[in-house]
Design a protein around this ligand. Structure first.
Ligand SMILES: Cc1ncc(COP(=O)(O)O)c(C=O)c1O
Length: 383
C-alpha cells in the first residue's frame, strides 16, 4: 500500500496518551492529564438537557449560534471593554484546539515562519507543520519563564507572519505581567505580525491578579486573534466549545477553513454555553475559589516534600523543578515516578523544540479531587 501523507510523517502519539496508558498499567494516581477528574457544574448540565428538550438539535449556523456569538461578544465587552461584532468577528469552534488549527490554516502559507514561545501547547507546532509553516521557538527561561527580548527580536525574520502567546500559561502557570506583554506587542507592531493569543485559562488567575487580554494593549486589537474555551471556564472539557475573536479579514479566513473541517459545532452545547456565559459574574468567584484551594493545599504539600518553586499565579498546572530529587531527566524521572511511586505527571521536554530546560521539570495538574491529590502526596512521600 502507498505511504500516508508526508505532512504527518514526524507526528507521534502525544506524550499525554503515553503517560495515561502507563498510569493505567501501573495503577498510578494521574496528575498528568490536564483536565479535572470531577464533573462540571450542575446548572450547566441542567441547561443543556433543557436546550435538547426544547429542540436545539439540528445543525447550527456554521459560524456559531447567534445566541452564543452574542454572549461571547457581551462578555468581552463586560469584562475587558473589548468590542467584537458577533456577526463578523466571532466564530465558535470545536474547542480551542480547532480554533488554533483554523487560525494557522487561515493565515500561514508554506514557508511562513511562526514564533512559538516554548514550552508551548503541543497543538501549535502540529498545526503549523500541517500548514507547511516553520515553527521558530523562543524560550521562556526558568525560573520565572521570562522572554529575553533580544532573543525574540533575533528570531523574527522577513518570513515571520504570526507569533503565538499563551496567557495564563500552560504548563508553567505563569500569568504574564503587563510590561512583558507590552514588550512582545511592541515587536509584533514593529514587524507587522499577527499575534494569536491563547487565553483559554483567562478566568483561572489567583491572588487578585487581573488577566490582561493581549487585544487590550495599545495598538493590538486589530492584529490580535484571541481564542478561549468554555471547556476550561466551566470545567467541562468534554463539551469542546471554543471560539475565536478577530478582525473581519481573519475571521473570514478562519470561517472558510471551519466550513470544510467541521462545518458546525454541537447546537445544544452552544446554546447552554450561551446561558452559562450570562451567569459568569455569579459563577466565577466560586470557580476561582475552588481551584485556588486546590493550588494552595497541593503547593504546601509539595513544599513539605522538598520541591522548591514559586506559587503559580494561574491555570491548574505547576511546573516543578526536579533536580533536588534526582539526577534523571524529566522523561526518565516521570517513568520512575509512575512505576515506583505510582504518580503520573507530564515530562515537559515534549513542549520544547530548542532548549533543554524542560528536562529539569515535571508538570503536575492539580485540577483533581481532594482525595486524588492526597493519594498523590502520600505516594510521593516514598521519594
Ligand atoms: C493552552 C491550551 N490551549 C488550548 C487548549 C485546548 O482547549 P480545548 O479543550 O478547548 O480544545 C488547551 C487544553 O488543554 C490548552 O491547555
Amino acid at each position: 500500500m502507498k505511504d500516508t501523507a508526508l505532512r504527518i510523517a514526524d507526528f507521534k502519539d502525544s506524550i499525554f496518551g503515553v503517560i495515561s496508558r502507563l498510569a493505567r498499567e501501573h495503577q498510578a494516581v494521574n496528575l498528568g492529564q490536564g483536565f479535572p477528574d470531577f464533573d462540571g457544574p450542575e446548572f450547566m448540565k441542567d441547561i443543556v438537557y433543557k436546550k435538547m428538550k426544547e429542540g436545539h438539535n439540528q445543525y447550527a449556523p456554521f459560524p456559531g449560534t447567534p445566541n452564543l456569538r452574542q454572549e461571547i461578544s457581551n462578555y468581552y465587552e463586560r469584562f475587558y471593554r473589548l468590542s467584537y461584532n458577533p456577526e463578523t468577528q466571532v466564530t465558535v469552534t470545536v474547542g480551542a484546539t480547532e480554533a488554533i488549527y483554523l487560525v494557522i490554516m487561515g493565515l500561514i502559507n508554506p514557508g511562513d515562519e511562526v514564533i512559538v514561545l516554548e514550552p508551548f501547547y503541543d497543538s501549535y507546532v502540529a498545526s503549523i507543520k500541517m500548514a507547511g509553516g516553520i515553527p521558530v521557538p523562543v524560550t521562556m527561561h526558568a525560573p520565572d519563564f521570562t522572554i529575553d527580548v533580544k532573543e525574540l527580536t533575533a528570531a523574527i525574520s522577513p518570513r515571520t507572519k504570526l507569533l503565538i502567546l499563551n496567557n495564563p500559561h500552560n504548563p508553567t502557570g505563569k500569568v504574564w505581567a503587563k510590561d512583558e506583554l507590552e514588550a512582545v506587542a511592541k515587536l509584533t507592531i514593529q514587524h507587522d505580525l499577527y499575534l494569536l493569543s491563547d487565553e483559554v485559562y483567562e478566568f483561572l488567575v489567583f491572588d487578585g491578579i487581573k488577566h490582561i487580554p493581549t487585544a487590550t494593549l495599545e495598538g493590538m486589537k486589530d492584529r490580535t486573534i484571541t481564542i478561549s474555551s468554555a471547556g476550561k471556564t466551566f470545567g467541562l472539557t468534554g463539551w469542546k466549545i471554543g471560539w475565536i475573536c478577530a478582525n473581519e479579514k481573519v475571521t473570514q479566513a478562519c470561517r472558510l477553513v471551519h466550513q470544510y473541517v467541521t462545518f458546525a459545532v454541537s447546537t445544544p452545547m452552544q446554546e447552554a454555553v450561551a446561558e452559562g456565559l450570562k451567569q459568569l459574574p455569579d459563577y466565577l468567584p466560586g470557580f476561582v475559589e475552588l481551584y485556588k484551594g486546590k493550588r494552595d493545599s497541593f503547593y504546601a504539600e509539595m513544599k513539605k516534600l522538598g520541591f522548591d518553586f514559586s506559587l503559580p499565579k494561574g491555570t491548574y498546572f505547576m511546573m516543578v523543578p526536579i533536580a533536588k530529587h534526582t539526577k534523571l531527566n524529566d522523561v526518565d524521572f516521570a517513568m520512575k515516578l509512575i512505576k515506583e511511586n505510582k504518580v503520573a505527571t507530564v515530562p515537559p521536554s515534549a513542549f520544547y523544540l530548542k532548549s533543554t530546560e524542560g528536562e529539569k521539570f515535571l508538570r503536575f495538574c492539580f485540577a483533581k479531587k481532594e482525595e486524588t491529590l492526597r493519594a498523590a502526596v502520600e505516594n510521593l512521600k516514598g521519594l
